[in-house]
Ligand binder design. Sequence first.
Ligand SMILES: *Cc1c(COP(=O)(O)O)cnc(C)c1O
Length: 393
Amino acid sequence: MSVAAPPAAPVPFIDLAAQRRRLGDRVDRAIAAVLDHGKFIMGPEVDRAEAALAAFCEAGHCISCASGTDGLALGLMAWELRPGDAVLVPGFTFAATAEVVAWLGAEPVFVDVRPDSFNLDPAGLEAGIAAARKCGLRPRAVMAADLFGQPADYDAIAEFARAHDMAVFADAAQSLGARYKERPVGTLGDFTATSFYPPKPLGCYGDGGAVFTEDPERVGPLISLREHGYGSDKYDHVRIGMNARFDTIQAAILLEKLAIFPEEIAARQTVAARYGEGLADIVTVPMVMDGSTSVWAQYTIRVPQGRRAQIVAGLKARNVPTAVHYPRPLHRQAAFARYPVAEGGLPVAETLAETVLSLPMHPYLQPDLQDSVIAAVRAVVADVQAFSGNPSS
Ligand SMILES: *Cc1c(COP(=O)(O)O)cnc(C)c1O
């Protein structure tokens, strides 16, 4: 067991500076090349990034865009989501997953998640459909989110969706590079959207995103929607679209980062395995489903109910920063309070919101520093348990 002392200085939660040092001047040169050619909007790097991303995740088509949120919205627009339509979404995720549904005047219907994977529970979809129908809504899609880097259970979700004539959307903002039953993220939904927000596993130096689809018929509409719904030319508009282009400078940066991404994923998996070995006997460590891999956007443990604030404070005092993803489920947020919730409520989402805790996680977390984080977590959890007189959770 780890006997390292707690870290002497605050540990970076995500260390983008370490990655920047590794990349050296490659990013600077890539940016300089864009400044030289001057094609800041839809320049050649955008095409190259789309081709490289599609190849990376073995997807039929990649349409880049301005953010992960825009990517989700573009997919829903291409699916022609309308007022009166419902999309079943997990209650435990980042707001964007549900927000885009409301943008289009449709309604997110919240369903519960699994306690082990944190992802949408396929067994809860039936209750979601019932809630949608009770409100007079047409269920048109399921939107799963791949929390913390692990794909949702897409076979079970797709089977249910097909039976009800619904599309499957994958919010893969956190999971690009992961696999589900040997299949890569990017190919698991009818539409998959990902994000290049800097702290994501594959980030650029600003906002960015992409949509993946296997269906060539969807490519034209997605490209048109990305630029004001253009038709035969720039000033012919055949759809209500948006401005959601991926910036050329960000595309140039992304190409450099994508080159080292497979090694970074392997490094994240090594870090996750070390946490698992060091912590599994004292807290609930995250699991990965059989046949899946995770890219560990976060390493999120569960701590005993009612003890999280003490643990966070104890870790902070020992130079270990933490984060809570997510402190409140979406159906409990003011912005989403008016939308339907599956019958029986979302007890798992509510418990997770009170008990999850994310630890420092990035590909450059060195073993000795990580051991000191593990030692700090062990010491703080042991203190809290001794204080409560309750050694088990
Ligand atoms: C980050 C994130 C998004 C949004 O991505 P942006 O690029 O910031 O718009 C959507 N869904 C989930 C689950 C995310 O983590």
